[in-house]
Design a protein around this ligand. Structure first.
Ligand SMILES: *[C@@H]1O[C@H](CO)[C@@H](O)[C@H](O)[C@H]1NC(C)=O
Ligand SMILES: *[C@@H]1O[C@H](CO)[C@@H](O)[C@H](O)[C@H]1NC(C)=O
Ligand SMILES: *[C@@H]1O[C@H](CO)[C@@H](O)[C@H](O)[C@H]1NC(C)=O
Ligand SMILES: *[C@@H]1O[C@H](CO)[C@@H](O)[C@H](O)[C@H]1NC(C)=O
Ligand SMILES: *[C@@H]1O[C@H](CO)[C@@H](O)[C@H](O)[C@H]1NC(C)=O
Ligand SMILES: *[C@@H]1O[C@H](CO)[C@@H](O)[C@H](O)[C@H]1NC(C)=O
Ligand SMILES: *[C@@H]1O[C@H](CO)[C@@H](O)[C@H](O)[C@H]1NC(C)=O
Ligand SMILES: *[C@@H]1O[C@H](CO)[C@@H](O)[C@H](O)[C@H]1NC(C)=O
Length: 506
């Protein structure tokens, strides 16, 4: 059985996030108040209060009650199991153990059952893996929101007792419609500090008309252990910064070559896209470099001033990507001329993440731009959809004019010089290899590497947090300043924040 794609879980340094998160939140308030008044946008999300928490745009998590105790779980649509570390009261042992492989390390331990209260629903005996690996912080874990056919615990127990949380909710309370919806906030959005929300069986106001967007079929992966929430992008449905379709073909066997197959995964900080897509997004930006960065792998870097508008089209609906997601400004890196360098939010898919059942993984840099609805159909209870097919709906939430205004205020200190960007001619792009993977089956090859694939995103995540931390910290003097020093070395062993005391400094 194939491993499910791991989330970008930062287990070994998870404890850092508590501190950092608190700091980021605290400081963001200060940064906010020192800004010019918010843009007059469409006032999206006004009045909404989400139940997610957003740690510097790299992790989105939620509080869940297990055995009467509140724990913090990362949202992961890319995996299908529940795991938590620490002492959970009132559990029953189910007599088996399981190992769940994630980006860094793995969760490993006994499979137990406990009462779980989530989104107002109570599940009496929810199976989970009590992570005794010792790397994860107590009372922290992951809630997998993927299809149950990919659940390791369900597979191990081989019975209904091993079903994931959502399947249990849908099965036990038949008045709950079989769908979830997710919206992820953007922490550096000047006029919107909304962290995000997840709902089970209901749609969020004011986005009710997501239900009238096209229903995108969930692509049926024949090997059910590899099933994810994935669907096909339209023909010519990836538009580069020049507004023209990117020339890229699907390598998924037996599917229309002209339509790229994309997984939606809340666990990935950086989206993973085919090389031709990443080339088209970044290579024509003067100063762009494809660099192998420590812990991140091959990624494009571009000058932070370069505003890149890119778009994905699903079912004739265009999803505009916010320019603050297309390039992420947080490393404080500078080129030889001292100009700030940003990291492309759409990374050429890491060799070890390639699989022949999909072309790309759309993570947080994409998902912050949509309201996402996943209808499980009868994919519940470990079954494939037979009579009631699952589907996905996407409502675009990034208005190009708002994105542009945010970019100018965030990156350019309010001075709109974006018209100065002149893309290099398309001839700089490498020729497209029409049949890159036709003769290869990569799904076997990927197994041993899977746990490490997203490690890069995790390290970036830490750096992003550092970046946010430092830039906001410096915002007392200046409205916007980038991190000047490289991130401290030895991050994993020497947390830089242990002595940080928000209250005594501000
Ligand atoms: C989650 O729980 C923590 C600790 O109990 C609390 O500080 C936080 O506000 C809670 N978050 C939400 C969104 O309820
Ligand atoms: C069942 O689900 C509905 C709608 O999601 C909810 O209003 C109701 O409280 C749930 N009932 C129980 C017993 O959890
Ligand atoms: C949703 O409602 C808005 C405002 O009424 C409208 O502009 C938009 O086209 C609608 N979208 C869909 C998919 O129906
Ligand atoms: C990037 O660098 C690392 C460490 O130097 C190396 O192991 C890895 O193979 C390199 N990756 C690529 C794609 O060149
Ligand atoms: C998209 O638009 C084209 C042309 O108008 C139409 O033929 C096609 O059916 C539409 N696709 C969807 C999924 O709505
Ligand atoms: C990006 O899109 C916005 C909104 O349409 C536009 O104002 C801006 O000029 C575009 N920027 C570039 C570099 O194309
Ligand atoms: C796309 O790539 C193919 C194959 O390299 C080439 O023949 C075609 O002209 C390209 N189309 C565009 C619009 O660049
Ligand atoms: C594909 O693989 C087969 C069997 O391994 C080999 O005979 C054939 O030459 C390969 N085709 C290409 C285009 O590499």
């Amino acid at each position: 059985m194939k491993l499910s794609i791991a989330s970008s879980l930062l287990v070994s340094t998870a404890f850092l996030f508590e501190d950092v998160h608190a700091s980021v939140h605290h400081l963001r308030g200060i940064r906010q108040s020192s800004r010019s008044p918010p843009m007059t946008g469409i006032g999206r999300r006004v009045g909404m209060s989400g139940d997610l928490q957003n740690s510097g745009d790299v992790k989105y998590w939620t509080n869940v009650t297990m055995g009467g105790k509140s724990v913090a779980l990362l949202l992961d649509t890319g995996s299908s199991d529940l795991t938590v570390a620490g002492t959970i009261p009132n559990t029953k042992d189910l007599g088996k153990t399981a190992t769940l492989n994630y980006a860094i390390g793995s969760a490993k331990g006994p499979i137990q059952a406990v009462e779980v209260v989530y989104e107002g629903h109570t599940i009496t005996d929810q199976a989970f893996v009590l992570d005794t690996s010792g790397v994860q912080e107590d009372d922290h874990g992951i809630i997998g929101l993927g299809p149950s056919s990919s659940s390791i615990v369900h597979n191990k127990l081989n019975s209904q007792a091993g079903l994931p949380v959502l399947d249990n909710i849908f099965l036990h309370n038949t008045s709950t419609p079989n769908f979830i919806s997710i919206i992820l906030g953007r922490s550096d959005d000047p006029d919107d500090l909304y962290p995000g929300d997840l709902t089970v069986g209901e749609v969020l106001s004011p986005y009710e008309n997501i239900t009238s967007t096209p229903k995108l079929d969930v692509f049926d992966v024949k090997d059910s252990g590899g099933q994810h929430w994935q669907t096909l992008i339209d023909v010519n449905g990836v538009l580069g910064p020049d507004g023209l379709p990117v020339n890229a073909t699907s390598h998924v066997k037996g599917s229309d070559k002209r339509r790229l197959n994309a997984i939606f995964d809340t666990g990935f900080t950086l989206s993973q896209v085919p090389q031709p897509v990443a080339d088209a997004f970044y290579l024509r930006v003067p100063g762009a470099k494809l660099q192998n960065m420590t812990g991140i792998g091959l990624v494009y870097t571009v000058p932070c001033e370069a505003e890149l508008n890119v778009t994905f089209v699903f079912g004739n609906v265009s999803i505009n990507i916010h320019p603050l997601d297309t390039s992420t400004d947080d490393l404080g890196r500078r080129d030889s001329d001292g100009m700030p360098i940003c990291i492309g939010g759409f990374q050429p898919i890491q060799a070890s993440a390639v699989d022949d059942s999909y072309d790309m993984i759309l993570g947080m840099t994409f998902l912050r731009n949509v309201y996402l609805l996943i209808n499980f159909g009868d994919f519940v209870d470990g079954k494939d959809g037979k009579t009631n097919d699952p589907y996905i709906q996407l409502l675009p939430i990034t208005q190009p004019a708002d994105g542009h205004a945010d970019f100018v205020s965030n990156r350019l200190d309010g001075v709109d010089n974006t018209a100065n960007l002149h893309l290099l001619p398309a001839s700089v792009l490498p020729a497209i290899d029409e049949n890159p993977d036709d003769n290869k089956s990569l799904s076997e090859k990927i197994k041993p590497y899977l746990p490490y694939i997203i490690a890069g995103s995790v390290v970036l995540g830490l750096l992003l947090i550092l970046g946010v931390f430092f830039c906001i910290r410096s915002s007392r003097q200046k409205r916007y300043r980038r991190l000047h020093d490289p991130a401290p070395a030895g991050l994993h062993t020497q947390p830089p924040f242990t002595s940080y005391q928000p209250t005594s400094r501000y």
